[in-house]
Design a binder for this molecule. Structure first.
Ligand code: HEM
Length: 403
């Protein structure tokens, strides 16, 4: 008789896990589909079906956790709301991200990308992360808000502090202090700008929000400040990592890179496959509102639940050959990939499905096309080996290529 041993329970916060999460995601899916992590006390869910269920059942799994993950730094926003309050508040930003205002912004997205690529040096090496993907999405948001370009490093610092704050599973005091600095500096910067736009409105998003009413009342400066903070966080690092890792995975698969280069209609397919294969947001938290059974075990009421998007998107119960990056994959719908009916889990699912997905699509398609045009052969700098970093959000730390 043969016995198969069960691998030890993974520790989500351990350095080995962060080094190679996919190795442990498989162990979680196969042996610990509901993993109770002792360091954080969180319950992690990793199979596609279970993760999708948690997102879709917003009664049993609420977004209250953003009250400790995000609210202390930027304030209360749509991402932590539920029911009617969520619907009303989401409608405030939908026109900017999915409606007419987005159509006005899109040519500017192309223009911003083109001007950044034009500044790449002609010789030597270029880090596509530091010189492009890290700054391009914030550049777009800054244009949308009509804020000074010189302040970009501030925004980057603020959203990086927030990303670190919201994924601070080990309660690192330095990360906490960094978040608290942003809590002070960000409103001190933003509130006077909002007050000025209320007095002298232009046609940027901040001005438009000062003119908006919900339920007969104007939006307060405080609420506008929080909403803008959310856009900076939600639309910066996510899109940066989506672009950088799509490029990286194409470079790891030269045949697919050449196919995409030859047929640019495949750029969107490459982006979608990357969202499945390597979602920029690997883990999202929820709070169980009652005792509830998942994967044959019970999550106690009030517990924090980690939805592991990165594991769900490689679930062999759902996708054929899931560890293979394949732009020709047929088990992910291209048509629905940026809509609430998506069949990958990079933008979550259900009522909080990413409202910025269409803007992200345009930014990423533009960026990837421009990189392909600029580099007729895309090659890593001598000796460079790319490395992914991060647990909650994950992507290449650098992408050093030959100019
Ligand atoms: C590829 C890039 C992106 C990825 C992977 C991504 C991912 C996500 C995910 C996973 C959520 C769900 C959060 C939750 O339910 O807890 C979300 C929500 C959201 N995203 Fe994105 N996002 C991206 C780009 C953007 C952009 C460019 C913007 C806007 C500038 C944006 C704005 C938002 C907002 C406002 C929400 C909250 C929606 C709500 O609560 O109803 N995202 N995003």
């Amino acid at each position: 008789m043969t016995t198969t041993s069960i691998p030890p329970r993974p520790t989500v916060t351990s350095p080995e896990f962060v080094e190679d999460p996919h190795k442990y995601y498989r162990v979680m899916r196969d042996h610990y589909p509901l993993l109770h992590d002792e360091t954080s006390g969180y319950y992690f869910v990793s199979r596609f079906e279970d993760v999708a269920r948690v997102y879709k059942d917003s009664e049993a799994f609420s977004n209250e956790n953003y009250a400790f993950q995000m609210e202390p730094v930027v304030g209360r926003t749509v991402i932590q709301m539920s029911g009617r309050e969520h619907t009303v508040n989401r409608k405030l930003i939908t026109p900017a991200l999915r409606g007419n205002y987005l159509d006005e912004l899109l040519p500017q997205v192309d223009e911003i990308a083109a001007s950044m690529v034009a500044e790449f040096p002609d010789s030597g090496t270029i880090d596509l992360v530091e010189n492009f993907t890290k700054w391009f999405p914030i550049n777009v948001i800054v244009r949308m808000l009509d804020l000074p370009k010189e302040d970009l490093p501030k925004f980057h610092d603020w959203y990086s502090s927030l990303m670190a704050f919201l994924s601070n599973l080990t309660q690192d005091p330095e990360i906490h202090a960094w978040g608290m600095r942003t809590q002070k500096d960000y409103p001190a910067y933003m509130l006077p700008i909002i007050a000025e736009r209320r007095r002298n409105p232009g046609d940027d998003l901040i001005s438009r929000l000062t003119q908006t009413e919900t339920q007969g009342e104007a939006l307060s400066d405080e609420r506008i400040k929080a909403l803008i903070g959310l856009l900076l966080i939600a639309g910066g690092e996510t899109t940066d990592k989506a672009i950088a890792s799509t490029i990286k995975h194409l470079m790891e698969n030269p045949d697919q890179l050449e196919a995409v280069r030859a047929d640019r209609s495949l750029v969107a397919a490459a982006l979608v496959e990357n969202l499945r294969y390597h979602p920029p947001v690997q883990i999202i938290l929820r709070t169980a509102t009652r005792d509830i059974e998942v994967a044959g075990d019970t999550i106690p009421s009030g517990s924090v639940v980690g939805c592991v998007n990165g594991a769900a998107n490689r679930d062999e119960r759902r996708f054929a050959d899931p560890d293979q990056f394949n732009v020709f994959r047929e088990d992910v719908s291209m048509q629905n990939a940026f809509l609430g009916s998506a069949d990958h889990i990079a933008f979550a699912l259900g009522r909080h499905f990413c409202v910025g997905s269409l803007l992200a699509k345009r930014e990423a398609e533009t960026a990837i096309n421009m990189v392909l045009d600029r580099f007729p052969t895309l090659e890593y700098a001598d000796g460079f080996v790319p490395k992914d970093v991060g647990l909650f959000t994950r992507g290449p730390e650098k992408l050093m290529v030959k100019a």
